[in-house]
Design a protein around this ligand. Structure first.
Ligand code: IFM
Length: 821
């Protein structure tokens, strides 16, 4: 079954059948103001924090046919009554002649034809503004005149999103709406929970005169709410009752009587849902009553994406790869950088979950070329929740900057996560390599303390933060000399007791050490560089001497020395991350690296992606933790946890296996599911977090779309490792590892103010190896193209077996350096 198609020229995915297996969503705006819009017009909008400042009431658990957050009705006078229907299909579910939801970059455009009325609604947040605009055009396709009314509706949430669902007395007693009618007939509805009256008001308004309005859901649905969203009884009245709610479930419905539309005639209405200080609301609302401002804002949204996507434009012989790597994947990277794992239809933005330290550190790495300033701003926040001992708080709330320890508990588990702080080392390093902004290292940022106010907290430069991160891992090792797991590492769901050790953290540490060695070398800080080289060599020895299980690396050691991820185990015998990261860290070399990756291929690969581990645990075991709460094949328990797949791709490129890296890339490309969504069920235009593995009866079912580290890492795997254009401290390294069948490819890369037009030829049809690099007509030694002071530069790259080997990435450099130790 197919539900739509890709329109790459318009950078859209077009859904043509509204009955998708689950809601397919898009994001508008940013965390500063914005949220989710589903493909039938429902919306979950917030400002600054989905838990603490939520605006619309969207309940994902309700059936897909239900009104959620926002909607719109049209009504046509018919005899004594009205024909009422929704141009978004939901919630009236009428038969349609046409339905299209254009999932665009930062906008959703729903085009439909119901009952001879064509409706086109563009939904977006103008860049930098705190409103969602819905730009509505209705056209009479009938041969006769129609009298048409348009009634957009919003249902509000209490700003404290969790309270909305946990208290059904206090919440409704506080909810209030005031109405103001302007001289031109437009109406402004202000909604607020009473305690927010003087601070922030939500508002809903439009640009044309309003006949009447409703703010109380009970009156709108009618019959003591035995009226339904599918047929709100008040819409059978000529006008709404103009009631200003003083309690209850608050809505904003504006009844616009457009009068007669001649055949072919179009009328346009623009609504705004926003939030501002009470004194500013009326003024703010004026801006997008002006249609020129609406049009200009939509253009500027397009310009933002033009600019963002122009930083890295790749043309290979593979159209599906091009579409993903140039449009949908970088777009998803931007979304995850904004929302972390906080707000999606699966991660509901409630309770104690905020912006994740490890998650956002990884997200940053996916957007560095496009929005480096936003990336730096986010890294500042992350560093400000790092503790003085170098470890990090697990997550924070963006409005208050209060941080917490995540799920970690004191019942025999450590209270900290062993990996969080190592991700920020990689993020900062990647940022420096991309931008050359070494001044960032000198910025002073406080370390986190719950007890102390901001001004009393200890401060350190960004560089000091990085050193402390390294020291924390150095200082917290266990019986084998491997880093302690803490409550968990990247895999949140393996929660071992006491002083358990993690091989993945050892590898993350190895990778972070590589980054620190390069950075120290670049800064000329030789003693620190030498120390980190020695640390790398030491940990490499530990991993190779204590973690090799014969055909792969083990994943953990329990406190008593029992391995996990070993042949000795009956469940959880092999874990992908211990293999990919051992290669990525430079710890696994030669045959051992290849053998580890062969084991992944043989034991973990499926045609829908690589499983995280195998075999799944079959029964709850508190000594292993959360992983055993899932049945075998689901999520972290042997599911295809997509985030880990690009790490295997990267490892395959490091051993020179371009065909396999590309096979792994293709098998998880959601676009490949488009022609038969089948069990996959999720959006084909973004990566989901997880797909059920082959131990599960519903193998292939995807869930948790949009907010996943899969996005950043697949983008990095594709751009830095497969296409192989890698920012380094000294310039752009060109080191592709591609399918042998490719004749070559082209890239336009904007890097540190200059534009590089790169053409790679592959006449020998190899996967890896650079024979020559010619920059602006001059051959360069090695494969690093220098940094230029602006301008456009041509880069001609010839791949060949006779490599001029200027270095195949940091791995080899570290290996050479450490071999002597
Ligand atoms: O690494 C985590 C991430 O931080 C949140 N989602 C699940 C991942 C794997 O456990």
């Amino acid at each position: 079954m197919k539900y739509g198609y890709f329109d790459d020229d318009k950078r859209e995915y077009v859904i043509t059948n509204p009955k998708t297996p689950v809601k397919w969503t898009n994001y508008v705006g940013t965390l500063a103001f914005g949220g989710i819009v589903d493909h039938t017009g429902g919306s979950l909008i917030c400002k600054g924090d989905p838990a603490l400042n939520r605006i619309t009431k969207y309940m994902p658990q309700l059936p897909s046919s239900q009104f959620k957050g926002e909607g719109m009705y049209l009504r046509i006078k018919e005899g004594d009554g009205y024909k009422i229907f929704s141009p978004f299909f939901v919630p009236t579910l009428d038969a349609y002649d046409k339905y299209e939801c254009h999932v665009g970059l930062g906008y959703q455009r729903i085009v439909s034809e119901f009952h001879g009325i064509r409706t086109e609604v563009a939904i977006f947040v103008p860049p930098g503004e705190h409103v969602v605009v819905r730009d509505i055009n209705v056209t009479n396709l009938r041969k006769e005149v129609v009298e048409l009314d348009v009634i957009p509706v919003v249902e509000f949430s209490h700003f404290d999103a969790l309270k909305q669902y946990t208290n059904a007395d206090w919440v409704p007693q506080t909810m209030t709406v005031d109405a103001e009618r302007n001289a031109d007939g437009t109406v402004l509805l202000r909604q607020y929970a009473f305690m927010k009256k003087q601070y922030e008001n939500n508002f809903f308004t439009s640009n044309v005169p309003v006949d009447s309005f409703q703010t109380d859901r009970k009156e709108f649905l009618g019959d003591n709410e035995y009226g339904t969203w599918a047929n709100p009884l008040e819409l059978q009245n000529e006008s709404l009752s103009n009631s200003e709610a003083r309690r209850g479930d608050t809505i904003a419905a504006l009844l616009h009587k457009l009068g007669e539309l001649a055949p072919g005639e179009t009328k346009r209405i623009v609504t705004q849902l926003g939030q501002d200080e009470p004194g500013m609301v009326a003024e703010t609302a004026k801006k997008f009553r002006c249609l020129e401002n609406v049009d200009a804002a939509f253009r500027s949204l397009g310009q933002f994406w033009d600019e963002y996507l122009s930083k890295n434009w790749i043309e290979t012989p593979d159209a599906a790869f091009n579409s993903m790597v140039n449009i949908h994947n970088p777009r998803q990277c931007h979304t995850t950088m904004n929302w972390s794992r906080y707000l999606s239809l699966y991660q509901l933005g409630l309770g104690a979950r905020g912006i994740g330290f490890r998650d956002s550190s990884q997200d940053v790495m996916g957007v560095l070329a496009g929005v480096p300033d936003d990336a730096r701003a986010l890294m500042r926040k992350l560093l400000s929740v790092q503790l003085p001992n170098g470890s990090a708080m697990h997550q924070f709330f963006p409005l208050t900057m209060e941080a917490n320890e995540g799920d970690s508990r004191e019942d025999g588990h450590k209270q900290w996560y062993g990996d969080d702080h190592l991700w920020i080392v990689q993020a900062v390093s990647a940022y420096l390599k991309e931008t050359g902004d070494y001044g960032f290292l000198k910025e002073e940022i406080p370390f986190y303390s719950k007890a102390l106010p901001l001004e009393k907290r200890e401060k350190g430069t960004v560089l000091e933060h990085l050193h402390r991160a390294m020291e924390f891992t150095q200082a917290n090792t266990g019986a084998h000399g491997l880093p302690l797991l803490g409550f968990a590492d990247w895999n949140d769901c393996v929660n071992l007791l006491g002083a358990a050790e993690s091989v993945m953290i050892a590898n993350l540490y190895g990778r972070a050490l590589q980054e620190m060695i390069e950075l120290m070398d670049h800064l000329g800080a030789q003693p620190a560089a030498e120390k980190y080289r020695a640390d790398h060599a030491r940990m490499k020895k530990v991993v190779n001497e204590t973690c090799w299980d014969g055909e792969w690396f083990v994943r953990y050691y329990e406190e008593d020395g029992t391995p996990i991820g070993s042949k000795q185990n009956s469940e959880g015998q092999i874990y992908a991350n211990a293999q990919s990261w051992s290669v990525f860290s430079g710890f696994a070399e030669g045959d051992r690296a290849e053998q580890a990756l062969e084991s992944v291929h043989g034991k973990l690969n499926t045609d829908r992606g690589i499983k995280l581990s195998w075999p799944g645990y079959n029964g709850f075991d508190p000594t292993k933790g959360g992983i055993t709460t899932y049945p075998p094949g689901a999520k972290e328990n042997g599911g295809i946890f997509l985030h880990t797949n690009p790490w295997v791709m990267i490892a395959e490129t490091l051993v020179g296996n371009g065909d396999r890296a590309f096979q792994y890339y293709n098998q998880i490309n959601p676009a490949a599911r488009n022609d038969d969504i089948g069990r996959f069920e999720c959006e084909p235009y973004c990566y989901p977090q997880n797909i059920l593995g082959d131990e599960h009866p519903q193998f292939g079912l995807a869930r948790n779309s949009w907010l996943s580290g899969t996005s950043s890492w697949t983008y990095q795997a594709a751009t830095k490792f497969i296409v192989g254009i890698m920012p380094t401290h000294g310039g752009l390294e060109i080191n592709p590892c591609i399918p042998k069948a490719w004749d070559g490819f082209k890239v336009v890369r904007k890097f540190r103010g200059a534009t590089y037009r790169i053409e790679v030829e592959n006449p020998e049809h190899i996967s890896k190896g650079v024979a020559s690099v010619v920059v602006d007509g001059e051959p360069v030694e090695g494969n690093v193209v220098p940094v230029f002071d602006g301008g456009e530069h041509s880069v001609e790259v010839l791949m060949g077996r006779e490599s001029n080997d200027a270095g195949f990435g940091m791995k080899n450099k570290v290996q050479e350096a450490t071999a002597a130790l």
